[in-house]
Design a protein around this ligand. Structure first.
Ligand SMILES: C[S@@+](CC[C@H](N)C(=O)[O-])C[C@H]1O[C@@H](n2cnc3c(N)ncnc32)[C@H](O)[C@@H]1O
Length: 309
């Protein structure tokens, strides 16, 4: 098995992963914007969709939404803690009977027949965690789709600015007094992270060239028994489009959820988010701006693609 898959499996199988992921929108404003964007795209593209495969479905952000729209969803994920959390949330929403939960790896979809699902989705980078098999996985996800695919993968152009920003997540913390341990850690370590930061031009150019976040250091951490962040393959927009076209996907639309929001200082973002009327208008506008294909690469960290078969 490739290291990226082993590392990803261990990281996502941490016992509290499902619980933490299910609270992201309460804690981080970039997650609010990204989820809102993806949700709107899904709801706009549901014509004739009855069956859905959600690959790397996590704690059910989108599988539950789709089940609530009346679809039958196969919720597929490598992590049991994520599946357990999704089951709990699906039960609370009354849609347990419309979701089939499957534990499995995206690298092994050969058990599914061609064109098994009207819609195949995979959001917030599961495809990127399957490096070096990301293109094969895209091909397999397209193979099992009948009408449409909707994916979001890690964006190379969107990720590169963070190599020069040690306090990236701090910009998006909704409430600095939140009890979330990572929020507290970010707040407490902000000054230290800035003081100790040094721009690594060689590393940044390397990521620009090969698209890979993580590698040898993660392998060593994994071997030492830890659960490092997954090795992540980041895509360029034209590359993702080319790969999808190569597998026969048509009418491809690219977008960059979070591109507008990332330009705005934290204090202003927090102000907008705390006023329901402004929040609604702001999210409406983010959706328009981020749907423009010219900004797709600068999505907060995801590059989104929709296409037909
Ligand atoms: C960032 S979460 C996104 C979850 C969900 N798609 C969403 O947007 O809320 C990534 C998910 O991908 C799953 N994952 C990672 N590598 C995977 C693989 N090789 N096969 C299947 N699932 C995987 C993880 O367990 C995790 O639930």
């Amino acid at each position: 098995m490739d290291y990226s898959r082993k590392i990803s499996e261990r990281q996502w199988n941490l016992p509290d992963k499902g619980e933490l992921e299910s609270h992201r929108e309460e804690t981080y404003m970039d997650d609010i914007i990204q989820k809102d964007h993806i949700q709107r795209k899904i709801l706009e593209h549901l014509d004739g969709i009855q069956t859905v495969f959600d690959g790397g479905a996590g704690s059910g952000r989108f599988s539950i939404l789709l089940a609530k729209q009346g679809c039958h969803v196969t919720h597929f994920d490598i992590s049991q803690p994520m599946i357990d959390k999704a089951k709990e949330l699906a039960e609370a929403e009354g849609v347990l009977d419309r979701i089939t939960f499957v534990k499995g790896a995206l690298e092994e979809l050969h058990g599914y027949n061609d064109r098994s699902f009207d819609l195949v989705i995979s959001f917030d980078a599961p495809i990127s965690y399957t490096y070096p098999n990301q293109n094969h996985v895209i091909g397999e996800l397209v193979r099992i789709a009948r009408k449409r695919v909707m994916f979001s993968v890690s964006s190379r152009l969107g990720s590169l600015p963070y190599l020069c920003n040690p306090v990236q997540k701090t910009q998006f913390i909704l409430n600095e007094n939140s009890s979330d341990p990572f929020v507290q850690w970010c707040v407490a370590n902000r000054s230290n992270m800035i003081q100790s930061f040094r721009f690594d031009k060689q590393h940044t150019e390397q990521v620009m060239a090969d698209g890979l976040l993580g590698g040898q250091q993660e392998i060593e951490e994994y071997e030492a028994g830890h659960a490092p962040w997954c090795i992540t393959y980041t895509f360029m927009p034209d590359e993702l489009e080319r790969v999808l076209r190569g597998f026969g996907v048509k009418n491809i639309q690219l977008s960059g959820p979070g591109a507008y929001g990332r330009t705005i200082p934290r204090e202003i973002l927090a102000k907008l988010m705390s006023d329901p009327e402004q929040k609604k208008d702001f999210l409406d506008f983010c959706y328009q701006f981020d749907s423009n294909p010219y900004v797709c690469g600068m999505g907060k960290d995801n590059l989104m693609a929709i296409g037909d078969l």
